[in-house]
Design a binder for this molecule. Structure first.
Ligand SMILES: Nc1ncnc2c1ncn2[C@@H]1O[C@H](COP(=O)(O)OP(=O)(O)O)[C@@H](O)[C@H]1O
Ligand SMILES: [Mg+2]
Length: 566
């Protein structure tokens, strides 16, 4: 399970989050503008209500004379509703932008990180549910934070003019709310992170379990796993309830502090009314204005506290996404832009020599060493794959054949030695161009939910024509194009899945005219007859291409121009 990365205490106002998101700064500006308008509405509304009540009860005004205030009040209420809906729309727009930006950046980064080090279930949970939790941050928390900075100032200003003692009380008690909020917030942050960790653990565990269910059943361990899931779920429930408890308690504390403060204002104003300090219709109006405005001063601060809990989960997830973004790519997974060795003075800024391979290249491994983290490096390897020929790698299982093929696509980088296409080092070539020039059949082709034809179509970056797809399917002896495949290949046998993978390779070779073909154990799951048929239809595709096949099968070795073992 991934641990939460240790991090600087960024507080709830995460600068990186706003920095990462282009639209977010604009959004804060919109919030501030709306906040000012809302403050004006709050003050105008309070003033109108106070003058209506004071006018009707103490000033003896009739309905007709109160009409302007009534109309004004209706307008203020309508304006508040309008502002709220504009706020909501802006929030969702900003949140959507930030979320898709974060997801895109994270996916981009994940593409360049070594595969297999992150758990799929956890990463999926983080990028889908976790990032979605940022909605609460953008739609609820941030606007309230902005309001909390504007409304109290506006309200206090009015109170100072209307009745200074009340302003003093509010000024003294107002800091209690953020103080309590911060104290509780510190406690909540740790809890939210722990709760997020157990959500991830649950997702992780569950994904593993579902994937391995048949195996577990076969070994009679399924029931035991139910116990483990129960434990993980129990942990998740406990953490969620703990977080909710804190959230409720904090709401209670903040509510209490605000209520007591308003009560003090009310008592002060009430005493003044009774003792005649605030006399007549004007006095009543002032008293009412202060009483109506006092709770408004505390409201946004209380809301900040309340929404902090809802947004904490999103922030914890965002932290993890930043963790992914900050991760260093695998040493060498992506070629570091390197200054050309010759003519560097003339072209100092040209990072790549970008030659998409136009003809079948010679591929050379010179004293190449691969290593996986925490493992001994694989033995050093030197080999030449001749241009426009078929080379079969017959090294024993675990010798690094799949690693070597993945390295040609830049998915793995050697820790020593070099790989060169036609004499140019792979690190100096444009990786995108190399990938466009290669058709690759991985050892375990990844299948998606859809038909066989849908799966084959993935082989090229655009929509291929139906006849081209049908041709590839036929040549690979793959199952009928209309057959349904569930995600992860359920519904196809291993041999059928391998031939769907082969159909992809053939389609790509055909349509993109790739000069390099890489096949990782293409016939491992096939019977001898099917294998022969498949190799026969593969024959024309090999012409004028550099073909590299990892395989131990005799039929494959028979078609090779060259065999390599190490
Ligand atoms: N993601 C990985 N993490 C750690 N070790 C790996 C990983 N992938 C492969 N290996 C190890 O690297 C070695 C070579 O693997 P591989 O290239 O798949 O061999 P081959 O295809 O020749 O059977 C093996 O010992 C294997 O266990
Ligand atoms: Mg392999």
């Amino acid at each position: 399970m991934t641990q939460l990365a240790p991090k600087p205490d960024t507080g709830a106002f995460d600068r990186r989050l706003l920095h990462r998101a282009k639209g977010a700064t604009v959004y804060i500006g919109v919030c501030a503008g709306l906040g000012l308008a809302q403050t004006a509405c709050v003050i105008a509304g309070a003033w109108l209500i106070a003058s209506l009540i004071a006018g009707a009860f103490a000033g003896g005004r009739d309905l007709a004379s109160l009409a302007p205030e009534l109309v004004g009040l209706a307008a203020v209420l309508a304006a508040r509703a309008l502002l709220a809906s504009v706020q909501e729309a802006a929030a969702h727009r900003a949140a959507a932008g930030v979320k898709s930006g974060l997801r895109r950046q994270a996916l981009d980064k994940l593409m360049h990180l070594p595969s297999g080090t992150r758990h799929t279930g956890e990463t999926a949970n983080l990028l889908v549910r976790g990032v979605d939790a940022l909605d609460a941050y953008f739609a609820r928390y941030l606007p309230q934070l902005v309001l909390a900075a504007i409304v109290p100032v506006g309200v206090l200003a009015v109170m100072v003019v209307a009745y200074p003692p009340a302003a003093l009380i509010v000024l003294l008690t107002l800091p209690l709310i953020p103080l309590f909020g911060i104290l509780i917030g510190r406690y909540t942050k740790a809890r939210a992170e722990r709760q997020w960790a157990s959500t991830s653990a649950l997702a992780h565990h569950f994904a593993d379990l579902v994937a391995g269910l048949p195996t577990l059943k076969a070994f009679g361990r399924a029931a035991k796993q139910a116990g483990a899931i129960e434990a993980t779920t129990g942990e998740y429930r406990r953490r969620s309830m703990a977080l909710l408890r804190v959230a409720f308690c904090s709401a209670l504390v903040l509510e209490l502090a605000a209520s007591l403060s308003v009560a003090i204002v009310a008592v002060t104003v009430g005493v003044q009314l009774v003792e005649g300090g605030l006399a007549g219709a004007a006095g009543l109006q002032t008293a009412l204005l202060v009483l109506i405005l006092a709770p408004e001063a505390y409201l946004p601060l209380r809301n900040v506290g309340a929404h902090y809990h809802a947004s904490a989960e999103g922030l914890a997830a965002a932290e993890q996404v930043f963790g992914i973004l900050a991760e260093a790519p695998e040493p060498g997974a992506e070629p570091a832009p390197e200054a050309p060795q010759t003519g560097a003075a003339a072209l100092p800024s040209a990072p790549h020599i970008a030659p998409p391979l136009r003809r079948a290249p010679t591929i050379m491994f010179r004293r190449t060493v691969f290593a996986y983290p925490g493992r001994d490096p694989l033995p050093e390897l030197s080999l030449t794959v001749p241009a426009a020929q078929t080379t079969v790698l017959t090294a024993r299982s675990g010798a690094g054949k799949s690693t070597l093929l993945a390295a040609l696509l830049g998915f793995r980088r050697p820790v020593g030695g070099s790989i060169a296409f036609d004499g140019t080092d792979l690190t100096r070539l444009d990786l995108e161009a190399i990938r466009r020039s290669v058709a690759w059949l991985p050892q375990k082709p990844v299948l998606i939910d859809g038909t066989v034809a849908d799966n084959v179509r993935l082989a090229v970056p655009y929509e291929p024509s139906d006849p081209a797809v049908a041709k590839a399917i036929a040549a690979a002896h793959a199952p009928d194009g209309r057959r349904r495949v569930a995600a992860s290949g359920a519904g196809l046998s291993a041999g059928e899945a391998a031939r769907v993978g082969l159909a992809r390779l053939l389609l790509r070779a055909d349509l993109l005219d790739t000069p390099v073909l890489l096949l990782d154990e293409p016939t491992a799951h096939l019977d001898a007859d099917t294998e022969r048929a498949v190799l026969e239809s593969f024959e024309p595709y090999r012409e004028n291409r550099t073909v590299l096949i990892a395989s131990h099968r005799d039929a494959v070795r028979a078609i090779a121009d060259r065999e390599v073992d190490w």
